[in-house]
Design a protein around this ligand. Structure first.
Ligand code: GDP
Length: 196
């Protein structure tokens, strides 16, 4: 698929300095350490597109990965990174809903969760913000290789049933960067949002 063409364009410290001509955007969000960088790398079939090594400077930036001139993946700062000062964390808590509401070309949000710790407090904020904006959201329950098939499926069903009634624009799947499972399903979701 086309996602292997994704390449790093820039890091923006704030949504105010994001270029407005990226075309259609899909944002990747998640709690720090959930496996977001690995998922981006896996989805794009690249070893080091998004850095999995953590430096506070870079992880608190918005990283932009265009696929072509009119489609881009936008990697939002991981939430809850321990080494980030409180003030910066608060700044981001304010900036995230602003990004979600102001990027007109944003078509969807990929929310990355560790399958062993789904639906954290931050995840609920994201779910609520996206619901208020009627913005589609797809959950990757990643590190699925850490659970056996039965418990993994049980977690997926639990997440789906928890969200079914009140979050109709949300879908969810299992994913593993280590075992490279769930990639086709993730691509299919991205294809739908991007119009590929
Ligand atoms: P991020 O902070 O959300 O970008 O998380 P990373 O992608 O850097 O991953 C955090 C840690 O989880 C790293 O040690 C990864 O090697 C590990 N990890 C990420 N994805 C997977 C996965 O699918 N399976 C397993 N077993 N470990 C993973």
């Amino acid at each position: 698929p086309i996602y292997h063409r994704a390449h790093f364009l820039l890091s923006a410290p704030h949504i105010n300095v994001l270029p407005d001509d990226l075309g259609i955007e899909v944002a990747f969000a998640g709690r720090s350490n959930a496996g977001k960088s690995s998922a981006l790398n896996t989805i794009c079939n690249q070893k080091a597109l998004a850095r999995t090594s953590k430096t506070p400077g870079r992880t608190q930036q918005i990283n932009v990965f265009p696929i072509d001139d009119t489609h881009a993946l936008v990697d939002l700062p991981g939430y809850g990174y321990a080494k980030v000062p409180e003030a910066i964390k608060r700044q981001w808590q304010a900036a995230l809903p602003e990004y979600l509401s102001e990027r007109e070309q944003l078509r969807g949000v990929m929310l990355i969760m560790d399958v062993r710790h789904p639906l954290t407090e931050f995840d609920w904020h994201m779910l609520d913000w996206c619901r208020d904006l009627e913005l589609p959201l797809h959950i990757l329950l990643t590190k699925a290789d850490k659970l056996k098939r039965g418990p993994g499926m049980a977690t997926l069903q639990k997440v789906r049933s928890t969200l079914r009634n009140d979050y109709p624009h949300v879908s969810a799947q299992l994913f593993s960067s280590l075992k490279r499972t769930g990639i086709e399903e993730a691509h299919a979701q991205l294809d739908k949002w991007f119009g590929f």
